[in-house]
Design a protein around this ligand. Structure first.
Ligand SMILES: CC/C=C\C/C=C\C/C=C\C=C\CC(=O)SCCNC(=O)CCNC(=O)[C@H](O)C(C)(C)COP(=O)(O)OP(=O)(O)OC[C@H]1O[C@@H](n2cnc3c(N)ncnc32)[C@H](O)[C@@H]1OP(=O)(O)O
Length: 289
């Protein structure tokens, strides 16, 4: 029931329960953009991103993430959750530019509501969450990892992490900013967010946007070791502490969710922003060529 209501909230175009379930089932049947492997004995699940080519957070991917998260939260045997990319090289390229470019306002609103839902769920997740950053991690990818309790990054100078929105000519929403400030502090956020900085591992560790940098072949074992340390703490004490620390930031978005959606739709629909996104997409294509 809870799953269906979540799906209905995320898929407002669907008119009935049947339509909601048919749409979700169809999405699932088409592909699994998220793969979940659970070690019941250890009480740990690993959620792997599988949305080629670059794990962009498309509407479908975001919806699958939310549905899988809700399932895991309802599974009382799972106490810890690790996020990683199934294919090393790109953890996540962030929000899907094609969900923010050349679409209509209804689509932008639906997309933004889903992205909000994902952040709200992740930031308040009662499980211990660890991001195993085994590839590039810009913008929305960085946001996902910053919602986790701990971040382990592979020591590969090709991989960078940060909120680079300004480099695309867009403005990170206030709750992205809040998450960054909570992670690295105010002054570092002023520099990081205005310049749209992407940090390679050593700098990422120095600024505190990740907590540990390890050789690439040890990134998964390091994440498991961190998880074991966190799972040694009694759940109820850790969960209440996490909720207490994060509640003001969560409340800030919950209070103004609809206004935030409207602001996003009006901002992203501007000709100048659409033009900027078009140029950025072209730049990505040219870089490839
Ligand atoms: C006043 C304010 C009010 C409200 C706030 C309003 C608005 C705020 C809005 C939005 C916030 C957005 C946050 C985001 O997450 S935006 C996304 C930012 N992401 C990036 O900048 C990353 C871009 N990508 C890359 O840098 C690279 O692709 C890479 C390092 C991740 C991987 O490099 P590779 O060399 O391995 O791969 P590529 O050849 O570059 O890419 C392959 C393929 O994938 C396409 N692509 C890449 N990233 C994205 C993406 N995020 N979304 C969609 N598609 C993407 C790329 O174009 C290539 O496509 P083709 O194969 O050429 O078709």
């Amino acid at each position: 029931m809870a799953l269906a209501s979540r799906a209905r909230a995320l898929l407002p175009g669907a008119r009935s329960w049947g339509a909601v379930l048919a749409r979700v089932t169809a999405q699932r049947a088409m592909s699994h953009r998220v793969v979940v492997e659970t070690d019941a004995a250890a009480g740990v699940a690993v959620m792997k991103f599988r949305n080629p080519p670059v794990n962009s957070l498309s509407l479908e991917m975001v919806t699958e993430l939310v549905i899988n998260l809700e399932k895991l939260e309802n599974d009382k045997t799972v106490r810890g959750l690790i996020f990683t990319s199934e294919s090393p090289g790109v953890f996540s390229s962030g929000l899907n530019l094609l969900d923010m470019y050349g679409r209509n306002p209804a689509h932008y609103a639906e997309y933004w509501k889903a992205v909000q839902e994902l952040w709200l769920r992740l930031y308040q997740c009662p499980m211990v969450t660890v991001a195993t950053i085994n590839g590039a991690c810009p913008a929305g990818g960085c946001l996902i990892s910053m919602t986790c309790d701990y971040r382990v990054m592979a020591d590969n100078p090709k991989y960078t992490i940060g909120l680079n929105e300004t480099q695309l000519g867009i403005v990170a929403p206030f709750w992205f900013k809040d998450t960054l400030v909570n992670t690295i502090g105010y002054r570092a956020s002023e520099i990081s967010l205005q310049l749209g900085l992407l940090y390679p591992p050593a700098e990422a560790l120095r600024v505190g946007i990740v907590d540990k940098v390890v050789p690439e072949d040890q990134v998964h074992s390091a994440a498991l070791a961190v998880m074991a340390q966190w799972l040694a703490i009694p759940d109820h004490a850790r969960q209440l502490t996490k909720a207490m620390l994060r509640k003001p930031t969560v409340d800030n978005l919950v209070r103004q969710r609809d206004a935030d959606i409207q602001q996003f739709v009006s901002f992203i629909s501007r000709d100048s922003i659409q033009k900027g996104l078009q140029m950025y997409l072209q730049m990505l294509k040219q870089k490839k060529a």
